[in-house]
Design a protein around this ligand. Structure first.
Ligand code: 9MR
Length: 432
């Protein structure tokens, strides 16, 4: 059995210059570029059927550097009949993201809602097997293309119990969540694996139930890398919002704000700004996703998004952008160098996966090369989102067709799997 140990080496190298001081961030003019200045992403939930809507896509392409499918990757969408998978819409979303250098969040592998009717009719071992097969098939289909998967969505009960929600999946046995995470890790070792839920926007009974599960998973070596706080918010923000993010981060998982939307009213812009600042204040809060583009695209009827129906930026947009720009870089900018590379290792006895984030400097990249020193005795066995030259000693990774172009300050990720001990030396990054 492999025991993942997330080791953040967080080595950032300026290619041409040596040490680079972290200067004040230049005020970026889009959400994605601004978030990228601190090594974060700013994403949006989209629907493939809206890709022909020009005003909609203009905003998506201009503002965001991460996409999630609002519905196109759910169980009912991807496996409408048992064993028959349809990925047309989801593939469209992923291709679009890749063509623009955006990362993709996967939402969601298992959930009590939006199950296909055939799954709703199953129980016991038949449902468990079907669910785990679903995780394996879908995560395998998208292997190497997903930044983070919501492996399990909304499995905890509302209210004060802090307990699991009753559902057909829960009735297959309390270990269904860890079984799903293990299957997801086996199918796509490069994706971060998240547990995602709502009404977790502060320290409360529900978020504490989830906290206890994550702590238990980390203690027992169940693979989990992140917690998604959906953050569907009303007219106020819990005073413990940041504290709650921090306590999850302190368990050794990333936190992502995954479905942010806020009821329109006097406080909307302030709440958006406060959520953004809270995330930026916690190093392991790595990205924010809003749950739709314009108010008219929202699942809610209280105008909760950053753009009005006409596509105009709202006060809430300005509050978020200002908060992102005020956050300042947490990773040093590459200065005169072309790019930097950051490695995250997921290790077990005898092997590891490495996720490498390549961040462009002041100029856009048109191709990149990353050099990694693989410790002796080990070798690279596979790579995704990059091609490697050599497998041991000095190994060079180059961009593939769809991820060579990285906007100034933007970043992409590639990964590789290897035997032995993962690389600990600083990787080099050069343009071209
Ligand atoms: O926004 C989604 C809406 O279009 C769907 O009809 C709905 C189906 O249940 O799901 C909505 O998205 C949900 C997300 O998948 C999980 N968290 C709550 C979101 C809002 O309901």
């Amino acid at each position: 059995m492999r025991i993942p140990i997330r080791v953040l080496t967080a080595l950032f190298l300026a290619a041409a210059s040596g040490a680079v001081a972290a200067g004040p961030a230049e005020a970026a003019t889009t959400l994605g570029a601004s978030a990228a200045q601190t090594g974060r992403y700013f994403g949006v939930a989209t629907a493939a059927f809206k890709f022909s809507d020009t005003p909609y896509m203009t905003i998506v392409n201009r503002e965001f550097n991460s996409l999630v499918a609002e519905n196109d990757m759910k169980w009912d969408a991807t496996e409408p009949q048992q064993g028959r998978f349809t990925f047309t819409n989801a593939d469209r979303l992923v291709s679009h993201a890749q063509s623009r250098g955006m990362t993709v969040r996967g939402h969601t592998l298992l959930w009590h809602a939006q199950q296909p009717s055939w799954a709703q009719g199953l129980s016991g071992a038949a449902l468990r097997n079907a669910a785990i097969n679903h995780v394996t098939q879908v995560a395998t289909h998208f292997r190497g293309k997903i930044h983070s998967w919501d492996v399990v969505n909304e499995a905890f009960a509302d209210g004060g119990s802090g307990a699991r929600r009753d559902s057909n999946l829960q009735r297959t046995g309390n270990d269904w969540i860890e079984a799903a995470f293990r299957a997801a890790r086996a199918a796509d070792p490069g994706a971060k694996l998240c547990y995602n839920d709502y009404n977790t926007d502060g320290v409360n009974a529900k978020s504490t139930g989830i906290y206890n599960m994550v702590r238990d998973f980390k203690a027992r070596g169940v693979p989990i890398d992140c917690v998604g706080l959906q953050s569907h918010l009303g007219t106020g923000l819990d005073s413990t919002y940041q504290q709650n993010i921090q306590r999850f981060a302190d368990l050794g998982v990333d936190v992502q704000i995954t479905e942010l939307d806020v009821q329109q009213g006097g406080n909307q812009a302030n709440i958006y700004g406060a959520v953004t600042r809270a995330c930026l204040a916690v190093t392991r809060c790595t990205g924010i996703t809003v749950w739709g583009v314009r108010d008219s695209d929202s699942w809610r009827d209280d105008n909760p998004l950053l753009f009005d129906a006409g596509g105009n930026k709202k006060a809430a947009y300005t509050a978020v952008l200002n908060a992102l720009n005020a956050g300042g870089p947490t990773t040093p900018p590459p200065g005169t160098g072309a790019c930097g590379a950051q490695v995250t290792l997921n290790s077990w006895t005898g092997g590891y996966t490495a996720t490498v984030r390549v961040t462009a400097g002041a100029a856009a990249l048109n191709g990149w090369t990353v050099g990694v020193t693989v410790p002796s005795g080990g070798a690279v066995t596979s790579a995704w989102n990059a091609t490697n030259t050599g497998t041991s000693g000095q190994v060079t990774f180059r961009n593939v067709g769809y991820n060579g172009q990285v906007p100034a300050g933007g970043s992409i990720e590639f990964g590789f799997q290897g035997t032995g001990t993962g690389p600990t030396a600083t990787p080099t990054c050069t343009a071209g």
